[in-house]
Design a protein around this ligand. Structure first.
Ligand SMILES: NC(=O)c1ccc[n+]([C@@H]2O[C@H](COP(=O)([O-])OP(=O)(O)OC[C@H]3O[C@@H](n4cnc5c(N)ncnc54)[C@H](OP(=O)(O)O)[C@@H]3O)[C@@H](O)[C@H]2O)c1
Length: 227
């Protein structure tokens, strides 16, 4: 069974998730940071694209000591299984996601990833091969399901999120809209990639929640399943 997939992201009031230099910036505040930590602690897996690993070097660990302790009490690792979507096995072996904090890691690669880089990654993570040239996201979700992951949180970036929407794999979209303007025609947005062309391809959303947090707003959408 495929996991429930929820995307969580922070964007500026003008719809950018980082600068045109693809540099990570602070878009939300302390209360939102804590909210993200809570939903991360409630997930079985947390997923990012290789673009985010190379740009931001995130560890994707749970930060709160209480939340980590609660996970341990529940018989789980302190951190959700960390998953990198990385067709060509470009994840640096010393990336924080592979070395910081206890728990399982998975790097999803394609069949065309160079064997030497794949075997280096196997020393630090489980490697799942899905897809020929790029990672087949549907197959990856199936594989995560067979490994017992029921809830997967996606942290970005825009190219991976686009791929997940294109393949009909997103169940919920959680967007924090922060009180800043970043600008830039080339700055990443929540769903980049090629984009849909025909209106009948657009995924449709139902608004499930609106909440003021810090000096921005949190929007929660569920994704309507296509018949
Ligand atoms: N504000 C936020 O909430 C937030 C969160 C995270 C990231 N960001 C920002 O987002 C930016 C990075 O985003 P990004 O778009 O460059 O990278 P990304 O979405 O993190 O990673 C994209 C890469 O994933 C790989 N991939 C493999 N299979 C794929 C598939 N089927 N569909 C889509 N992607 C696939 C591709 O590289 P290969 O072909 O090499 O595999 C692709 O280029 C950074 O600027 C970061 O700061 C912002």
């Amino acid at each position: 069974m495929r996991p429930y997939v929820f995307v969580n992201l922070a964007m500026s009031a003008d719809g950018k998730i980082s600068t045109r230099e693809r540099r990570q910036v602070k878009i939300s505040g302390t209360a939102d940071f804590q909210r993200v930590d809570r939903i991360k602690a409630g997930a079985d897996g947390i997923m990012v694209g290789i673009g985010t690993v190379l740009a931001d070097n995130p560890s994707l660990t749970v930060k709160s000591a209480d939340l980590k302790a609660a996970r341990r009490r529940g018989g789980r690792d302190e951190h959700p299984v960390r998953v990198v979507v990385d067709s060509a096995a470009r994840t640096p072996p010393d990336a924080d996601i592979l070395v910081k904090g206890e728990g399982r890691r998975i790097v999803a690669v394609s069949a065309s990833a160079p064997a030497a880089r794949v075997s280096t990654l196997r020393e630090r993570a489980e490697v799942i091969v899905a897809g020929e040239e790029e990672v087949d996201l549907g197959r990856l979700m199936d594989e995560l399901g067979t490994r017992g992951l029921r809830r997967v949180m996606v942290e970005g970036g825009g190219t991976l999120i686009w791929g997940l929407f294109r393949d009909g794999l997103v169940d919920e979209l959680i967007t924090y809209v922060g009180a800043v303007v970043i600008g830039g025609r080339d700055a990443p947005t929540p769903a980049d990639g090629d984009g849909f062309v025909a209106e009948n391809e657009f995924p449709h959303l139902d608004l499930a929640g609106v909440e003021r947090i810090d000096d921005g707003v949190l929007l929660r959408w569920t994704v309507r399943k296509k018949e």
